[in-house]
Design a protein around this ligand. Structure first.
Ligand code: 2HA
Ligand code: ZN
Length: 274
């Protein structure tokens, strides 16, 4: 038995490979973190090494004190995760103050958690609080069509949500809460972390203008599925605009969206329909 035989570690690595295969992770683009359940920590514990030093994050969250996270490494390539997990990913423990991490497995050779760890951490904090601890996954990727839309749509949650909902009939069912939009900001720091986590109080998915998308969810299937659904909707919108030379002849109407919501028992934001 190795840590790489633990089910949750296998599932995490599979999600990294799936994202790479979708083309969302050029070079070292994107990052994935997972907040381990107590029993998963115990399954991994026999493989933990002597902990590294505590490192301050620049952000803090009391509700994540003492939690353990699987994380991709800063500067590491999704393409390499399955081939070389020990150097590409790791497990970190968060201290009792909820403001520092230390490495207890993986990230070998002096690697560190993703440069976006502050954003992931704050998003975990607000999504865990909003869902009674159910949400465990934060996933950041660079899907091309969604990024392309940040050059042509107004940068509002309403404009992005409507365009995506209207691009495929199942979209309002998959993300009835819509998507938030963060304006262009320098990545990697606490400023963009706080701006994103503010929106994550309300949204499962947040667009980073000219950069990518953050998705959250309870498990890998749901979170990967959300990224996939949003990017596919964006692709359809780009295809329709390109093929129609910017002219959309017909679309899913606001009343159609209301009818979908009624049939599938989801609540759409009415202010995005009017
Ligand atoms: O390179 O995606 O946002 C990792 C990133 C930074
Ligand atoms: Zn990025």
């Amino acid at each position: 038995m190795k840590i790489l035989d633990v089910d949750i570690v296998k599932a995490y690595i599979r999600m990294c490979s799936d994202g790479w295969e979708q083309g969302w992770h050029e070079r070292n683009g994107g990052n994935l973190t997972y907040r381990l359940k107590k029993e998963e920590v115990e399954q991994c514990r026999p493989f933990f090494h002597a902990p590294g030093a505590w490192v301050k994050m620049g952000v803090s969250a009391e509700n994540l004190a003492g939690e353990y996270f699987l994380t991709t490494g800063s500067g590491k390539y999704f393409r390499n995760v399955a081939l070389d997990p020990e150097h590409s990913i790791g497990i970190v423990e968060v201290n009792k103050a909820g403001d520092s991490w230390r490495i207890i497995w993986g990230l070998e050779g002096g690697a560190k958690p993703t440069s976006e760890f502050p954003s992931h951490f704050m998003n975990h904090s607000v999504r865990a609080a909003a869902t009674g601890g159910t949400y465990r996954v934060i996933y950041h990727a660079h899907p091309a069509n969604l990024i392309a839309l940040t050059y042509i749509l107004p940068l509002t949650a309403r404009d992005f949500t409507r365009a995506l909902w209207q691009s495929a009939t199942e979209c309002p069912v998959v993300f009835p809460g819509g998507v938030g939009v963060v304006p262009w900001m320098v990545p990697g720091g606490s400023e963009i972390a706080l701006a994103t986590s503010k929106l994550m109080k309300e949204y499962d998915a947040v667009v980073w203008t000219h950069h990518g998308l953050f998705c959250s969810g309870p498990d890998f299937d749901t979170t990967f599925g959300l990224m996939h659904t949003i990017e596919k909707a964006a692709q359809i919108h780009v295809l329709a605009l390109s093929a129609g030379q910017g002219k959309i002849r017909q679309t899913i109407s606001a009343d159609n969206l209301r009818a979908i919501a009624k049939e599938f028992g989801v609540t759409l934001r009415e202010e995005f329909l009017n």
